[in-house]
Design a protein around this ligand. Structure first.
Ligand code: ATP
Length: 438
C-alpha cells in the first residue's frame, strides 16, 4: 500500500486533497497522470457499454435533485445508514460491523451502543439555510437514471430490454473513510441500469455478472485476485431482490469493487407512487403493460483505478534494464493495460548535448503528439529514462540516436519485453497505431 501511495504522489497520479493546508481527510486529487488514467478507465467502460451495445444509451444527470427523490428511494431512512459506535474515552468512531468486540480497538475504552448514521450529504440551495432549501448531494448516480426513465425511453424510441449508462460523482458521509482511495466521501461511479421484463431479470442478472467480471479480466486483472460474492438474503440492500459483488484481493483483504443487483421494480414503483407519474412500460406487440425490473451494474471509478494500479505494480530486484548501473536497484514496472496507461509513447533523444539529435527528437514528438498521448524527456541517462517510463506504464519509448540522422529511422522499445526494433520515421505513426490497437 505504502509503495503504491508513494508512487502515486511521486509520479503525479494521486495527491491528498488540500495538502498544503494539512490535508482534507478522505478526499483526493488526481494529478496529471492520474486524470489521464482515470479518463481512460471511463472511456473504456463507456465504449464497452455504449459502443458495444446498440441498446444501451448514455446520460449525464445533475448531482443535485429534488429531495423528494431521496425520500422515494429510501435513502433518507434507515435503509441508507451505517451503524456507528463511538469510543467513550478517545471518541474514535467505527462502523459497528468493523469492530468485533465491545471495546475500542485503539485504546481499549468502552464503546457506545450502536446508532444509525445516515450517509447522505446535506446541502442548501439558495441563500437561506432552512429546511425548505435543504437538498442532498447524490449518493449514487442511478437515481438520476430512474427519474429519467420515461424521457430516455420516449426520446430514443427504445424497446425493452435496454440500458442507460452514466458516469459521475457521488458523495457519502462515510463513517470511516480509509485505505487511500478505496473508501472516500467523494467518489465517481460508473453505473448501468438495465430495464427488462420481470421474467427475464434472473437471466440478465447472471449475464451482467459475467460481462462485468470479464471486463476486469480483459483489462489484465489477474484471475486469482478476483472473485464473485453472492449476497445472502439478509445482507441485501433495501432495494434489492438479489445481489452479487465482484471482489478484489486488496493488500488489506477481499473487498467489493463492483455490485450487480437485481433491483426488481423497487425504484420505478416508488418513483411512480411518489411522483404520481405512470412509469410502466407498454409492449405494443404483446399488449402487455408492466413495471420493468432493473438489473444494475454499479462500479467505482476510483476503486477500479486503485485495483488497476495494485494489480499492475511490479518490483524487479537487481534491475531489468539495459544499464548495469541499475543492477543493485529495485526497478518498478507498472504493467497497465495499454488502453489504460496514461502515456502511450515517450520520445527520447539518446543524448541531449547534440543539437541535431534533439532537433530531430522534437520533430518526431511534434509528429506523434496529435495521434498519441506522448511525453518528451531528455533528462538523465537513457537507461534512467526508460526506467522512469516503465514506472508510469508508458508502453513504447521511441529513441532518436545518431543513426536516425543518417537513416531516418528510430528505435521503438517495448515496455514489457524491452525488445527494440528500428522503424522508419515515415512509418512510425502507422506502426505505433497498429501496436497500440488504435
Ligand atoms: P461498501 O460496502 O464498500 O461501502 P457499497 O455496497 O455501499 O460499498 P454500492 O452502493 O454498491 O457500494 O456502490 C457501488 C460501487 O461504488 C462500489 O462497488 C464501489 O466501487 C463504489 N463506492 C461506493 N462507496 C464508495 C466510497 N465511499 N468510496 C469509493 N468508492 C465507493
Amino acid at each position: 500500500m505504502n509503495k503504491i501511495i508513494s508512487l502515486c504522489k511521486r509520479r503525479g497520479f494521486v495527491f491528498q486533497s488540500s495538502e498544503i493546508y494539512g490535508g482534507f481527510s478522505s478526499c483526493y486529487d488526481f494529478g496529471p497522470l492520474g486524470v489521464e488514467m482515470k479518463n481512460n478507465i471511463k472511456r473504456v467502460w463507456w465504449d464497452e457499454m455504449i459502443k458495444n451495445h446498440e441498446n444501451i444509451v448514455g446520460l449525464d444527470a445533475a448531482i443535485l435533485m429534488k429531495p423528494e427523490i431521496w425520500k422515494a428511494s429510501g435513502h433518507l431512512t434507515a435503509g441508507f445508514a451505517d451503524t456507528l459506535v463511538e469510543c467513550k474515552s478517545c471518541h474514535k468512531r467505527y462502523r459497528a460491523d468493523e469492530v468485533d468486540s465491545k471495546v475500542c480497538p485503539e485504546c481499549g475504552g468502552e464503546l457506545t451502543k450502536p446508532r444509525k448514521f445516515n450517509l447522505m450529504m446535506k446541502t442548501f440551495v439558495g441563500p437561506v439555510e432552512e429546511d425548505a432549501a435543504t437538498t442532498y448531494l447524490r449518493a449514487e448516480t442511478c437515481q438520476g437514471i430512474y427519474v429519467n426513465f420515461e424521457n430516455v425511453l420516449n426520446s430514443m424510441r427504445l424497446k425493452i430490454p435496454f440500458g442507460i449508462a452514466q458516469i459521475g460523482k457521488s458523495f457519502r458521509n462515510e463513517i470511516t473513510p480509509k485505505d487511500f482511495i478505496f473508501r472516500t466521501r467523494e467518489f465517481e461511479q460508473m453505473e448501468m441500469q438495465w430495464f427488462c421484463h420481470p421474467k427475464t431479470a434472473a437471466k440478465y442478472f447472471n449475464y451482467w455478472i459475467k460481462e462485468r467480471l470479464n471486463w476486469y479480466l480483459n483489462l489484465g486483472i489477474k484471475k486469482e485476485n478476483l472473485r464473485i460474492k453472492e449476497h445472502k438474503k439478509e445482507e441485501l440492500p433495501h432495494y434489492a431482490k438479489a445481489g452479487t459483488d465482484i471482489e478484489y484481493h486488496f493488500p488489506f483483504g477481499w473487498r467489493e469493487i463492483e455490485g450487480i443487483h437485481n433491483r426488481g421494480d423497487w425504484d420505478l414503483s416508488n418513483h411512480a407512487k411518489n411522483s404520481g407519474k405512470d412509469l410502466s412500460y407498454y409492449n405494443e406487440e404483446t399488449k402487455e403493460k408492466y413495471i420493468p425490473y432493473i438489473i444494475e451494474t454499479s462500479g467505482g471509478v476510483d476503486r477500479s483505478f486503485f485495483v488497476f494500479l495494485i494489480d499492475a505494480y511490479q518490483e524487479i530486484k537487481g534491475g531489468r534494464t539495459e544499464t548495469t548501473k541499475a543492477a543493485k536497484e529495485i526497478e518498478i514496472l507498472l504493467k497497465l493495460d495499454k488502453k489504460l496507461t496514461p502515456i502511450k509513447v515517450a520520445v527520447l533523444p539518446l543524448v541531449r548535448n547534440k543539437p541535431n539529435i534533439v532537433k530531430k527528437a522534437k520533430e518526431v514528438y511534434e509528429m506523434l503528439k496529435p495521434h498519441f498521448m506522448c511525453q518528451y524527456d531528455e533528462l538523465g541517462s537513457i537507461g534512467r529514462r526508460y526506467r522512469r517510463q516503465d514506472e508510469i506504464a508508458t508502453i513504447y519509448a521511441v529513441t532518436i540516436d545518431f543513426e536516425t540522422l543518417e537513416k531516418e529511422d528510430v528505435t521503438i522499445r517495448d515496455r514489457d519485453t524491452m525488445k527494440q526494433e528500428r522503424v522508419k520515421i515515415k512509418d512510425l505513426i502507422s506502426v505505433l497505431k497498429e501496436k497500440l490497437g488504435f
